[in-house]
Design a protein around this ligand. Structure first.
Ligand SMILES: Cc1ncc(COP(=O)(O)O)c(C=O)c1O
Length: 446
């Protein structure tokens, strides 16, 4: 009953999105340009929404429904949508042209700004996406160490490059996307975060292990934080065995404080991959870290490691939007503190409620990152393994649909809190999730 009513309401309020979806299906595979942007809704017989505009905490769809948005452009829009200071900066420079394919002062400025705040970053190479950044970081590490293997965290998402698209959430263990080499042939190992077995794997393969790449909080993998002790031991093992440690900070960079997560916890990796927030909502990626490693990519390096290229690398508008965003973030310690606290209390309040209600939904995250997982049964304090084993994709789709019907948009359940969210916005999110928790948990799917 709940499913039927929710689907009817969703469809009634979104006739334009429904029509556009039919056209999209004809011209885009699955109707989308990014797999997760279906929000899983076709699984339960629906279409997703099409957004036309954004402002602060809100998105507006083409049928004029307005949502408090927690997806925040794949975590990039930490200031909220369309922040006037960044918009005005882009407009100011736009009149000069936007793509020169040359060097600009803005890329030097953005690199300097990042380097000043992050002692572990001595040099940076910019590219256009995080996918490129992690691919280049792996290549640099292999070249620098002259070793073959790269180890990644199970469920870690580092973009869709051929190098690291292994053991991600949408694949079952050992499953590989058609078109890719088997992990063994590709030289990729994966380990479980916060688990002793990871150190055994590292030890066994240390002679041929070039790098360990890890997100300090698994983003696409579902919002699972990595224990500080685990990160410290990774660093120790890397030093011991001559392995490079790569932190993928494409989400965590500038998310919790106005620098990379590594400084908060005092574990400094050899290389850092970056993206999202540092581009102020424009396309960006970058690899930073030890000068002796990054300099191997220099055009005048002996035995140069060929990374980079890219028509749009160091794209002027990305550099400009990023510079402005980082300037604002530098003056926002109070706002960081506020959204981190808001995130923690939203997560704790929801999990307390889910436990009392024996709900099949669970909240996972760290500070301003918060994701919701819907399972096929109630489990008290589920582990990361259990969450993935009992993940119920249809129930998750219903959760997203019921949130849309109540004017909230998110992905992975919610996503993150931006500096544009007010306390009232977050209370509304909390109460709405509580309201739909039981009907979503109890719904039966065909
Ligand atoms: C941690 C992490 N690494 C890499 C990527 C890939 O970045 P992009 O989507 O910019 O290619 C993402 C994207 O979501 C990410 O979350």
């Amino acid at each position: 009953m709940f499913i039927k009513e929710e689907l009817e309401k969703f469809q009634k309020d979104r006739p334009k999105s429904e029509r556009l979806w039919q056209k999209a299906l004809d011209v885009l595979p699955g109707g989308v340009s990014h797999n997760i942007r279906t929000f899983g809704l076709p699984l339960i017989g629906s279409f997703p929404v099409f957004i036309k505009s954004s402002n602060g905490a809100y998105l507006k769809d083409i049928d004029n429904n307005e949502y408090i948005d927690c997806w925040n452009g794949h975590f990039a829009m930490i200031l909220g949508h369309n922040p006037p200071e960044v918009r005005n900066e882009i407009k100011k420079y736009l009149v000069e042209g936007w793509h020169f394919g040359t060097n600009t002062e803005y890329q030097v400025g953005l690199a300097e700004t990042i380097i000043q705040r992050n002692p572990g970053i001595e040099k940076i190479r910019f590219c256009v996406s995080g996918t490129e950044a992690t691919m280049y970081a792996s290549r640099l590490a292999r070249a620098f160490t002259k070793k073959r293997l790269v180890a990644k965290a199970r469920l870690g998402w580092h973009g869709a490059n051929d190098t690291l698209l292994y053991d991600i959430g949408s694949l079952k263990r050992d499953q590989v996307s058609p078109g890719l080499l088997k992990a063994e042939q590709a030289g990729i190992l994966s380990f479980q975060i916060n688990d002793e077995s990871a150190f055994d794997l590292i030890k066994e393969n240390s002679h041929d292990l070039a790098a360990i790449i890890i997100e300090p909080v698994l983003g696409g993998g579902g919002g699972f934080p990595v224990d500080l002790e685990f990160l410290k031991r990774l660093k120790e093992d890397c030093e011991k065995y001559g392995i490079l440690l790569i932190f993928d900070e494409i989400i965590t960079g500038y998310r919790f404080v106005d620098s990379f997560f590594q400084n908060e916890v005092g574990v400094i990796p050899d290389l850092t991959t970056m993206g999202k927030i540092i581009g102020g909502g424009m396309p960006i990626g970058g690899i930073g870290g030890r000068k002796d490693i990054i300099d191997r990519s220099s055009p005048d390096a002996e035995n140069q490691v060929l990374i980079g290229g890219g028509t749009f690398s160091g794209y002027p508008l990305s550099m400009i939007a990023g510079l402005k965003t980082l300037e604002i973030l530098k003056g926002s310690p109070h706002n960081y503190e506020r959204i981190n606290k808001e995130g923690e209390s939203l997560l704790n309040n929801l999990n307390r409620f889910f436990k009392e209600e024996k709900s099949q939904i669970n909240a996972v995250g760290h500070k301003s990152m918060i994701m919701l997982h819907a399972l096929s049964k109630w489990i008290e304090n589920p582990s990361m393994e259990e969450i993935f084993k009992f993940k119920d994709k249809k129930r998750e789709a219903l959760l997203q649909l019921a949130l849309f019907n109540r004017d909230i948009s998110g992905l992975h359940g919610l996503g993150s809190i931006s500096m544009a969210h007010t306390h009232e916005n977050l209370l509304k999110i909390q109460e709405t999730v509580k309201e739909i928790s039981q009907p979503v948990s109890q719904s039966k799917f065909k």
